[in-house]
Design a protein around this ligand. Structure first.
Ligand code: DX5
Ligand code: ZN
Length: 222
């Protein structure tokens, strides 16, 4: 599976707010709404104060879904584990600039292993930190909450960085936004230039996931 080319708005449900005991069913539910991307939050209890899933779970999910697996690595050693996640079936790997020792090298390695690559910046990280590396990526991920937990309050200041990132990367690279995305905040980030909307609580926190996805799409103008 391949990350869709830039130029469309995509909603990427984040499994963090899903029922982890029924993950495969939860993913096939949102697949019915026509989403192309599922956002897999990987946390190591070190880079962020929470722990989620590893490659073993990704490999099992791979057998149950044809969606694009967008692995958001909130881990201290992305270089060590990125290949494992690709082998397990991740199609897109995002790692954090705050812990990237050799970001260009890691992006090349991810591409050589057949996946697309993304760089992510935390709310307090300046755009300067990713300025050089952004154009080597397929997607830039802007955090609009502190990573680690779902259901947090959207940080408008952090979303403001999307405007400058769009100037840097042009129209061929996706800009994904993650944290506090809802019907209310979608219009803000889309107007700034984001095209890939991660939503956890706003989708899996709702009983009717399909209508929740439709509502976000509508707010995004699609
Ligand atoms: C947070 C994760 C997000 C999270 C977003 O660290 O990276 O993907 O699921 O959750 P919501 O959409 O509930 O803010
Ligand atoms: Zn995420």
């Amino acid at each position: 599976m391949r990350l869709p080319k830039a130029g469309t708005i995509e909603v990427a449900p984040s499994i963090l707010s899903a029922d982890f005991a029924r993950l495969a069913d939860e993913i096939s539910e949102v697949e019915k709404a026509g989403v192309k991307i599922i956002h897999l939050d990987v946390m190591d209890g070190h880079f962020v104060p929470n722990i989620t899933i590893g490659p073993v779970v990704v490999a099992k999910l791979r057998k149950c879904s044809d969606l694009v697996f967008d692995a958001h690595l909130m881990i201290s050693e992305p270089g060590k584990y990125a290949p494992e996640f690709i082998k397990a079936g991740a199609d897109h790997i995002t790692f954090h600039i705050e812990v990237a020792k050799e970001p260009f090298k890691l992006i090349d390695e991810i591409h050589e292993l057949g996946a697309t690559a993304g760089i992510c910046l935390n709310p307090e990280t300046s755009v300067d930190a990713i300025e050089k590396v952004a154009c080597a990526c397929d997607m830039v991920l802007v955090m609009t909450v502190h990573p680690g937990f779902g259901g947090q309050q959207f940080m408008a200041d952090a979303a403001g960085k999307i405007i400058r990132i769009r100037e840097i990367v042009g129209s061929d690279i996706r800009i994904e936004v993650d944290g506090g995305i809802s019907v209310e905040t979608t219009a803000i980030v889309v107007s700034h230039g984001a095209d890939t909307l991660v939503a956890g609580n706003a989708i899996f926190g709702q009983k009717d996931r399909l209508s929740a996805i439709e509502a976000i799409r509508k707010a995004a103008g699609c």
